[in-house]
Design a protein around this ligand. Structure first.
Ligand code: SF4
Length: 463
């Protein structure tokens, strides 16, 4: 017996999702009829949903989860006879919320066997409660992702080169989870210091299919590409051997960059254009609270190492935390000026507030409970206010300013200048004149990377 399943991606930073393609492959290999829908670029299809036996929503990140929560009541109405499931990184930490919205199955970690088991149960007419583990960390046999039925790559974000040229963007994953335990990280409550690798042949099957579909650049979505350095090297060598023209980007933590030895030259040689790295802060006390495993000096060293290797750095930040001061924020802006990284940072990165999801390891910090309020289902986090009202006001000003700038397509350095002036105004000082050399544009995705900002109206209206 087979079922009709609808797999819905809500949002994955404008990239064609690997998670949906893996899930689709597992279900199709088991003989089920699968329709894939991506709310990032498509609308809900009333006709498909009305005939579904199972509707499974993929929630790989915070924004995706917010969108899924908004969409679920409408999905319930359009698919009254279907079983609902939420799967992906953010599903387990929001388990009770999803169950309250009608999802009877919640799957995180290596979710594919659970999804296949649920489909089997539905096919067998078994309507008993979830028997699959909410978090599965057992190693699974990854299969070649099946992207059939997903919108074309041209419907998604693209790669913008430093000279303004454009490349079609593909997306895959060489690993999941992470061996580190940074306290603010959403990966940690699920994987708790473990990571799982995707076999090289599976990655190459996925890359091959995407190149055939027009991909000219591959973005690796691993939380950290160098959790398993030997695996990473095998992947990029295989990629470069078969597709020497293909460029790619990866995410690597500062600590791994600093300790990477000869890996950086290998990345550069094989076509790595830029590395996204979660710097989060330039305040060593805040970095210690987050247990990031690096210092400000390490960030500066990593910046120099990537420049030497000819790879651009795309640093990301969580500049607004309960411990942020206006002086500290100004210090961050000045650090970016001094390191000539202004063009490397999407302005949205300078507006992000610390997200405190359910189960966050931030609660391991003594006294952290006193800084936050009760979990708020409408924002999927524990709200907090900075003790200095000026910091929260500055964050709101920067957030509004960046939204306007993005709507008007204002260049990064111009938006940075506005943020710089606003920050100094909150400090009650005149800003020093900016140097001429703020750095040069770098390759980037047309949709910026972030993991915990609010969904925009554009993202929410698609259903
Ligand atoms: S922030 Fe990065 S390095 Fe730290 S636990 Fe998360 S994925 Fe791993």
């Amino acid at each position: 017996m087979s079922i009709r399943a609808i797999l819905i991606n809500t949002y994955e930073l404008g990239r064609q999702p690997f998670g949906i393609a893996q899930a689709a492959a597992w279900l199709r290999n088991a003989g089920h009829d699968v329709v894939c829908l991506d709310l990032a670029v498509q609308s809900l299809e009333a006709e498909s949903l009305s005939r579904a036996d199972l509707v499974a929503l993929h929630v790989p990140m915070h924004t995706a989860t917010r969108i899924a929560v908004e969409a679920l009541p409408r999905i319930r109405a359009l698919a009254p006879g279907a079983r609902l499931c939420a799967f992906g990184l953010y599903a387990p930490v929001n388990e009770f919320l999803f169950r309250g919205l009608g999802a009877d199955t919640v799957l995180g970690g290596e979710f594919e066997p659970g999804l296949a088991s649920l489909a089997r149960r539905i096919a067998n007419g078994n309507d008993s409660p979830q028997s699959e583990p909410v978090i599965n960390l057992n190693k699974i046999p990854f299969v070649a992702p099946d992207r059939t039925g997903l919108p074309p790559l041209s419907a998604y974000a693209s790669l913008i080169l430093a000279d303004g040229g454009e490349r079609t963007l593909g997306f895959t994953e060489a690993s999941r989870g992470c061996k580190h335990l940074c306290r603010h990280c959403p990966v940690v409550p699920v994987y708790e210091g473990r990571f799982r690798i995707v076999p090289v042949n599976v990655i190459m099957q996925d890359v091959r299919a995407q190149v055939a579909a027009g991909a000219q650049h591959i973005s690796f979505g691993d939380p950290d590409f160098l959790n398993g350095p030997s695996h990473a090297i095998r992947v990029i060598r295989a990629l470069h051997r078969e597709f020497p023209e293909l460029s790619y980007d990866v995410t690597i933590k500062v600590e791994h960059i600093v300790n990477s030895g000869s890996v950086l030259s290998e990345l550069s040689r094989t076509g790595c254009l830029f590395i996204t790295t979660a710097v989060e802060s330039v305040d060593d006390e805040i970095l210690a609270r987050l247990d990031k495993g690096h210092t400000r000096a390490d960030f500066e060293k990593a910046t120099a190492m990537l420049r030497d290797a000819g790879i651009s750095m795309a640093p990301t930040f969580v500049p607004f935390t309960p411990w942020t001061t206006v002086e500290g924020y100004v210090d961050l802006l000045n650090a970016l000026i001094k390191l000539r990284l202004v063009e490397n940072v999407p302005p949205v990165q300078l507006t992000i507030r610390l997200l405190v999801p359910n189960g966050s390891y931030l609660f391991h910090i003594p006294g952290f409970d006193d800084l936050v309020k009760e979990f708020d289902p409408s924002t999927l986090g524990h709200p907090w206010n900075n003790r200095d009202q000026r910091v929260d006001m500055l964050q709101q000003e920067c957030h509004a300013l960046v939204q306007d700038a993005e709507a008007e397509d204002i260049p990064r350095r111009e938006t940075f200048k506005q943020i710089y002036r606003r920050a100094y105004a909150r400090l009650g000082e005149n800003p020093p004149a900016l140097p001429e050399d703020l750095g040069s544009p770098i390759p980037r995705h047309s949709e910026p990377w972030y993991c915990c900002a609010e969904p925009t109206d554009h993202q929410l209206v698609s259903f």
